[in-house]
Design a protein around this ligand. Sequence first.
Ligand code: MG
Length: 407
Amino acid sequence: MPIVDSIDLYLVQTPLPAPFSPAWVVKGTRQTASYYLIRVRTDDGVEGFSAFSATGRERAGSGDALAQLLLGKDATDIDHVIEMLRIPAYGGVRNFWVEPAFWDIKGKLAGKPVYELLGGKAQRVKLYASAGEVKQPEERIEEALARYEEGFETLKLRVHDFDEAVDIRHIQEPALALEGKMRFAVDCNQAFWYTGNGAGPKWDLARAKRFCDAAHEAGLAWVEEPLFMEWYEQMAQLAAYSKVPISGGELHTSGYAELAEMVTKRCYHIFQPDAMWTGGIQQTLAIAKLVRAAGLKYTNHTWSNGIGFAVNLQVFLASGFASEMEFEYPLSPPGWTMEARDAILARPWTHNRGALDAPTAPGLGFEIDERALAHYGRCFFKANRKKALWMPEVLADLTVAAPLPKR
Ligand SMILES: [Mg+2]
């Protein structure tokens, strides 16, 4: 039985080539891709990795609980790992993001990609380009043409204005300009309200309905996250009303229990869970099966970091939807590029004419570039079965780069 012998935690920050202002963070601009990385090693030296978005030092204290709960355990007993990860959640810190590291180990021990362990097969995945910023229509059209030239057929854009007429113009004009060339989808980012830096637009059901009418008229492929994520009843009403598919699901951190209920209620036409938030690989894949049984659609959310992308790709390849749905490919130059985001991976997840071949390497399908990790990452916690080691000097300085003022 492969035993969990050590756990290391890092904060990784890779610089972006230009400031990036995500639509979902009011007045927020990022200059790095920032995330916590976990390295789990077995007594035979097999390593598994996973990662979760960082905004500050919110996971700096996670080492104690993870070490106590996981060291000395069977690294391939995923059910038990999930059980252990639930425990700190009762105190408010959800750690399902750690679970994929154990699948990484399991796949490497079996010599197979994780999707194969889960019943999927190697295939080419069609991607849609996922833009992260709100843009004026002229700029958006330019961006859409660039993605079209690169081989993408679908672009997901963002709206986030107080004035709904502006939002509607932001979908209509690009759709009209590229009619017959490119499909558009739109993410309204209403599932959570990140208002730490100031107020943002908050939609109600009436506004969401009017927007969906406009999106249908403009021929959009789907409308994502048009309502606050806990408004299950209103979401179901909107989904029943809308002539354009409603999608969402990335942020439901209660995992299977919450999303299963949402499938029953038919809150979305297209479920887009993200394994890093929605319960890890096992729970998220179980959702895909429920979605299929309900006659609904499924494709993973992937917008976090290169490891989150890899994990969701594995789930997607095992989901049974990989031949019929496009997979999210975050791309928002000049700020958000694969090369910058994936700086600690031996190979960034570079697309090939809007598609990606399934990785065939055992485990989660990526390799850590240790030199790059040493450069961009700071290890702040190390534990093995004998001792736990905190790095106080790293911890004292463990903050993400200060946010820039919005452009
Ligand atoms: Mg979204």
